[in-house]
Design a protein around this ligand. Structure first.
Ligand code: SUG
Length: 450
């Protein structure tokens, strides 16, 4: 048996934070706009996420958890000039700048596919796993995540023998970066060198090049190129492709809303990329052949149905027997056309042999499906042993986290309740306890200031 065979693809899911709500903050994300003002249930949201983590852990996948962030983010509000006691800051922000306040309150770090871009050691020049936190600069509420994300990732993947951490790219629009939502790693076997596929919405510098007209292109080509350089990837292992600007305008704000890949398989819509057939040929060539693209036609599933159901925001997982499992959100089952397509897919001759449905409604209403909720980290045996073990889901951690959510989370957050200054204390108390459960040490500003 080769030393490579024991490498795994671990999923680190973002645990939904206690301030989860619907503030309509993400222009271009149709669910976020549509559900603005709906009463949220943070407790249910967190429990739904935990259930997904447990389901994957029970099936034998390595499953980790990334903690939520301090919200409202007091550093953000203070840096914008709100002053006085914490209560004064919150009340002044609510009164004078409600949108700024909503942004500082968002639990959006739950979508950990946007936390960072991760390159496995098999691909990088120094053999370490490389992490670049995403600057998420297209949306203010997301641009405030990366500093905490960086501290958290360093606390979980702390051994520099195995893990390299970069700073987020420059926060200017030319380097807009949305992390792993626009990045896919292909390989024949985990632990072996493969291809990294970077999908961008537009060039950040060449404004004459094609771009969406209605909604923003969040990821730039130049950001993707910078990450490939930082991670020490060779040109012959990297493929850059432009996302079809028309589908961005139809609500596909990240590549993972129209494509998901794993191993040597890509599951995508036929109109996902500009020049799709040559993009697929380049991936196959750089991978050294044996690459399967399962492309779904518009006749089978329209872009509108793909955006509504989040069919492509599924998790494509390799089972122990080598077959692939597609974990889809409940919305795929309730959409007749998408469900009919999935039944058909299962009897076709593709590597996808199983469909598993999970209820993630609370996250879905903000445009976050199964794939948005997880950050994939491919790890060989030594690297896995170096991960903070207290962050890996097992029966004991799952029940502790359930108890923790039941104790600290509200089951209702309406627009008026969002302005309650006591949410900050509730959040800090919960996070303080969580850092102990996950053995993270002090990672939050309120802890570091003590
Ligand atoms: O960035 N929604 C997130 C959803 C992120 C989904 N992630 C991936 N596709 N990988 C976003 O648009 C909505 C928050 C609000 O409106 O309250 C939000 O941030």
């Amino acid at each position: 048996m080769s030393a490579h065979t024991s490498a795994v693809e671990a999923n680190f899911d973002g645990l939904v934070g206690p301030t989860h709500n619907y503030s309509g903050l993400s222009f271009g994300n149709i669910a976020s706009a549509k559900n603005h003002g709906v009463v949220a249930n943070p407790k249910l949201a967190a429990l739904q996420g935990l259930k997904k983590m447990k389901a994957l852990a029970d099936m034998g996948f390595v499953q980790g958890v990334l903690p939520p962030q301090e919200r409202p983010c007091m550093n953000t509000l203070r840096a914008l000039g709100f002053a006085g006691s914490d209560g004064d800051v919150i009340r002044a922000a609510v009164r004078s700048s409600p949108l700024v306040y909503s942004s500082a309150l968002s639990a959006s770090s739950m979508w950990s596919a946007n936390a960072a871009t991760v390159s496995p050691g098999a691909n990088t020049a120094d053999g370490r796993v490389h992490f670049t936190p995403a600057n998420l600069n297209n949306k203010f509420h997301r641009s405030i995540e990366h500093e905490q994300t960086s501290r958290t990732l360093r606390a979980i993947f702390c051994d520099q023998t195995y893990f390299a951490h970069h700073a987020a790219l420059s926060g200017c629009p030319q380097f807009g970066d949305e992390g792993a939502a626009n990045h896919t790693r292909f390989c024949h076997r985990y632990g072996e060198r493969g291809v990294e596929f970077f999908v961008y919405g537009a060039s950040g510098f060449n404004m004459a090049a094609s771009r969406p007209l209605k909604f923003p292109a969040r990821q730039t080509l130049e950001a993707s190129q910078a990450i490939a350089r930082l991670h020490g990837l060779e040109a012959r292992q990297v493929v850059f492709a432009q996302q079809n600007p028309q589908v961005i305008d139809a609500g596909v704000f990240h590549n993972d809303v129209i494509a998901v890949g794993n191993g040597n398989v890509l599951f995508c819509h036929e109109s996902a990329f500009v020049g799709q057939q040559s993009v697929l040929a380049e991936i196959a060539d750089k991978l050294g052949g044996d690459f399967t693209a399962v492309q779904v036609s518009t006749d089978e599933v329209s872009i509108d149905d793909a955006v509504k159901s989040y069919l492509f925001n599924s998790q494509l997982l390799t089972r122990a027997d080598g077959a692939m499992l597609l974990l889809v959100p409940e919305e795929c089952r309730s959409n007749e056309r998408v469900w009919a397509y999935l039944q058909k897919l299962l009897v076709q001759n593709t590597p996808i042999r199983e469909v598993l449905v999970m209820d993630l409604r609370e996250s879905m209403r903000n445009g976050g499906g199964p794939a948005c909720l997880r950050l994939r980290v491919e790890l060989n045996e030594q690297q896995l042993a170096a991960v903070n073990p207290a962050t890996l889901i097992n029966d004991a951690l799952y029940s502790r986290l359930n108890v923790w959510v039941e104790k600290h989370y509200r089951d209702r957050l309406s627009e008026t309740e969002l302005a309650d200054p006591s949410l900050l204390d509730e959040c800090r108390t919960a996070l303080d306890e969580l850092t102990q459960i996950l053995a993270l040490g002090s990672v939050y500003p309120f802890q570091l200031a003590r």
